[in-house]
Design a protein around this ligand. Structure first.
Ligand SMILES: Cc1ncc(COP(=O)(O)O)c(C=O)c1O
Length: 406
């Protein structure tokens, strides 16, 4: 029987292949150090958990909630934007709560896309950026992710050669998987370009608070007039170590927010009210929890760069996010990122995410997530050092990939 139209457009999840290998190695007793998925390991701060428990005891919270988010939560998000970015938002019309930013992004795609609409999407990137639109009938045109002059040249070309003209441009800085960050000047130029060509900007700012340099990542909405064409998505998953809670936001242009809110009103009743209450408390907090999370990831990043470097693998220090985007060591490059990732599981008991899972232009890298503690990261480096030594200097040619051996 033929696959369904939509399912045919969703390739098998590349990461699943590494996950399967990981599971079978574990079943065989291996202690796999898992730096693969971007699944934060830190517990949600106690005060947020306490707030949830308090709210859940009130039976009034057990009813259906509101799809677009309770008013206090939307106000808290608007206040966060004012405090953090100096951006004024109307919580009634310019803010909607989402079931994690991934859901918000995918449903925004559904809300605005007509079959065949062209979407400009970074490559490599977090998969939902492309597949949210592909599932909605859109067509993806890939763009390089480096936010410099070359980006604008590619943007110009894309607009010139796309029929129909692109509907939307996706931005994701700090970037998953590359960790690249954008400046406000970059955003100013992109907004000017998008306004000139009547293109919507969807900015994914999931890593707004996970940064290690002095300057915090800006919001595209800081650009004067950006709200005419932009919506930005943020997430509580990384900022407050709340990945399983499924809480995020879309903010910005009223027409776009209204389209998303409308679609969501048909699909969901919003997050469980106690989660929304606890999320409100988190956003209204003093910021200490965020600073703590940031400093933990920073220490892990430093340990990763230092210990992997000593193991013979030079990993550029990421300026933000919870990921290092590591070039595959020269002697293993010919294997490609999937085979190299499989080898790391099999020979070094270390799981990473193959770059190819983020798009064709990711295949010379793997993504290493900072989701194990410093001790385990050091252990991963020791394992990798041993593996590199046994693989020899001869270019890894003596390494037979798992698939080849089957
Ligand atoms: C860039 C980016 N956007 C969105 C998400 C999804 O976040 P959420 O948990 O809010 O759905 C992630 C999660 O890894 C991400 O890396």
């Amino acid at each position: 029987m033929e696959e369904f139209h939509k399912v045919r457009r969703l390739p098998p999840y590349v990461f699943e292949q590494v996950n399967r290998l990981k599971a079978s190695a574990r079943a065989g007793g291996a202690d796999i150090i898992d730096l693969g998925m971007g699944n934060p390991d830190l517990p949600t701060p106690t005060a947020i958990v306490d707030k949830l428990c308090e709210a859940v005891r009130d039976p009034r919270t057990h009813r259906y909630s509101t799809s677009r988010g309770i008013p206090g939560l939307r106000r808290a998000q608007a206040n966060y934007y004012q405090r953090r970015f100096g951006v004024k938002l109307d919580p009634e019309t310019q803010v909607v709560a989402t079931l994690g930013s991934k859901e918000g992004f995918a449903n925004m795609a559904q809300a605005i896309t007509a079959p065949g609409d062209v979407i400009l999407c970074p490559n490599p990137t977090y998969p939902i950026h492309a597949f949210g639109f592909i599932m909605s009938g859109g067509v993806i045109r890939s763009l390089d992710v480096v936010p410099d002059e070359s980006f604008f040249a590619a943007l110009e070309r894309s607009v010139r050669h796309s029929i129909p003209k692109p509907l939307a441009l996706i931005l994701n800085y700090p970037s998953n998987p590359t960790s690249l960050v954008a400046t406000l000047d970059f955003y100013k130029d992109v907004v000017a370009f998008a306004k000139k060509h009547d293109i919507i900007i969807l900015s994914d700012l999931a890593y707004a608070e996970i940064y290690f340099d002095e300057t915090p990542p800006p919001s595209v909405l800081e650009v004067p007039g950006a709200i005419d064409i932009c919506v930005e998505f943020t997430s509580m998953s990384k900022t407050f170590s709340m990945p399983g809670w499924r809480m995020g936001f879309a903010v910005g242009n009223e027409r776009l927010i209204s389209a998303l809110t409308r679609v969501k009103s048909y699909l969901d009743y919003g997050a469980f009210t106690p989660i929304q209450v606890a999320a409100t408390a988190a956003l209204n907090g003093d910021g200490d929890d965020i600073a703590e999370v940031r400093s933990i990831y920073k220490r892990r990043r430093d340990v990763l760069v230092e210990s992997f470097g000593k193991a013979g693998w030079d990993v550029p220090p990421p300026p933000a996010t919870m990921f290092a985007w590591a070039p595959i060591p020269e002697q293993f490059k010919h294997l490609g990122s999937l085979e190299f990732s499989k080898l790391l599981v099999e020979k070094a008991d270390v799981a990473v995410a193959p770059g190819i899972g983020f798009g064709e232009h990711g295949d010379e890298h793997v993504r290493i997530a900072l989701v194990e503690n410093e001790h385990r990261i050091r252990q991963a480096a020791r394992n990798i050092k041993r593996f590199f030594a046994t693989a020899g200097n001869g270019g890894g040619d003596n390494v037979v990939s798992l698939t080849a051996r089957r």
